[in-house]
Design a protein around this ligand. Structure first.
Ligand code: NAD
Ligand code: MG
Length: 390
């Protein structure tokens, strides 16, 4: 039996992971499941999968979780310390599917106990890529990408020499606003930004797809995971979302990964790797699809992509700053405090402010420095937004 844990089990990736695990219950021993406020779902899944422990991230949800699990023999826990303790429990495979930088520490704990970390939480690599990869190495653990583009690149590199790679192309659907006129974007509403043309995902990544902050994070994720130069990474708008990424080699050949927009492929690939097993995803019918289309991303429409380039050029802790400022401005957009384009404006203002404190950006990449910088960047984002509003 493989021991598995799922962090962020109640979210979109978490539920897709549970869908796959629940199809073969005899193969898995479920150690820990974590969630947030949706304790009814968490308790239901913990019972269905026979988990040893269920953890809600929020202390105030402990009582309702306890009640939902009363009499089941499943441990109920709450809060950050409990989350980290659960991530430290021995497991063979751990899904990291919490949203945001909150996913970093549980992922590190899982690596420290030697688990294979299936990484949907791209923020982990954006905030602390080198620290995460070094932690994996030090403990003989492995990180497997689950983001669809990165799973696609990983698959395109099987049997290949990374030194023969000339370029990596990650595709982007273009999100909800790809065909909107520029002058309408400033007034885009939360409801409009929360609809994705192709993928069914959590609300935060869906809005990040409309702004292309998601793709910006993914460009940095590509650099951190595969270690290629920023100049080798390209973004291509591909509205059909069926080619997830392409790896180009020095002989001019390109390996494209093609599949339906269903995260169960990338999750299942990471779950079964190095084997390939049958997965319940749609088989594509190219004759009925007819054509794939492509266009270059418009950097005026998507300033996040330009900011990702400067983050990679700057290096150090600028990824931590970028992600934290993005998370904070996304919170403010969701709360209705700022407009759609003000998210990128806020992130840029925070990055600029850190430029005047190079000692912070160039500090060594320790967990303490990452957490401190993340916190400070959120404060600066609040200040930048308050200054605008005032
Ligand atoms: P989601 O919002 O649907 O789920 C997030 C999960 O994290 C939930 O279980 C929630 O309870 C938990 N959570 C939220 N805040 C938390 C906190 N502060 N502490 C602990 N737990 C917390 O998100 P999602 O769409 O499933 O995305 C999860 C991660 O996977 C993100 O990093 C996202 O970028 C990445 N990802 C998602 C998709 C997708 O198709 N949804 C694709 C690629 C990558
Ligand atoms: Mg992706």
């Amino acid at each position: 039996m493989r021991r598995v844990s799922i962090f962020g089990a109640t979210g979109s990736i978490g539920q897709n992971t549970i869908d796959l695990i629940a199809r073969a219950p005899d193969e898995y021993e479920v150690v820990a499941l974590s969630g947030g406020r949706n304790v009814a779902q968490l308790a239901e899944d913990a019972q269905r999968l026979g988990a040893a422990v269920a953890v809600t991230a929020f202390d105030e949800m402990l009582e309702p979780l306890r009640e939902a699990l009363a009499g089941t023999g499943i441990e109920a826990q709450a809060g950050q310390a409990a989350l980290l303790e659960a991530a430290s429990r021995p497991a063979d495979w751990v899904m990291s599917a919490i949203v945001g930088a909150a996913g970093l520490e549980p992922g590190l704990r899982a690596l420290e106990q030697g688990a294979t970390l299936a990484l949907a939480n791209k923020e982990t690599l954006v905030c602390a890529g080198a620290l995460v990869m070094a932690t994996a190495e030090a403990h003989g653990a492995r990180v497997l990408p689950v983001d669809s583009e990165h799973s696609a690149i990983f698959q395109g590199l099987i049997g290949e020499d990374i030194g023969a790679v000339e370029r990596i192309i990650i595709t982007a659907s273009g999100g909800a606003f790809r065909d909107w006129p520029m002058d309408k974007l400033r007034g885009a509403t939360l409801a409009e930004a929360s609809c994705h043309p192709n993928w069914n995902m959590g609300q935060r990544i869906t809005i990040d797809s409309a702004s292309m902050f998601n793709k910006a994070l993914e460009v940095i994720e590509t650099r951190e995971y595969f270690g290629v130069d920023p100049g080798q990474i390209e973004v291509l708008v591909h509205p059909e979302s069926m080619i997830h990424a392409m790896v180009g080699f020095r002989d001019g050949a390109l390996m494209a990964h093609v599949g339906p927009a269903d995260m169960r492929h990338a999750i299942g690939f990471a779950l079964h790797w190095p084997e390939r097993r049958e997965l319940p995803v749609e088989r594509l019918d190219f004759a009925s699809i007819g054509q794939f289309t492509f266009r270059a991303p418009d950097l005026d429409r998507y300033p996040a992509l330009r900011l990702a380039r400067s983050v990679m050029a700057r290096g150090g802790l600028s990824g931590t700053v970028f992600n934290a400022a993005k998370e904070r401005s996304l919170d403010a957009f969701i709360a209705g405090h700022i407009g759609f384009l003000e998210m990128a404006e806020t992130v840029e203002a925070v990055l600029d402010r850190f430029e005047s404190q190079p000692g912070l950006i160039d500090a060594s990449l320790t967990l303490d420095n990452v957490l401190h910088t993340d916190h400070l960047a959120r404060t600066y984002a609040d200040e930048a937004m308050a200054a605008r509003a005032g």
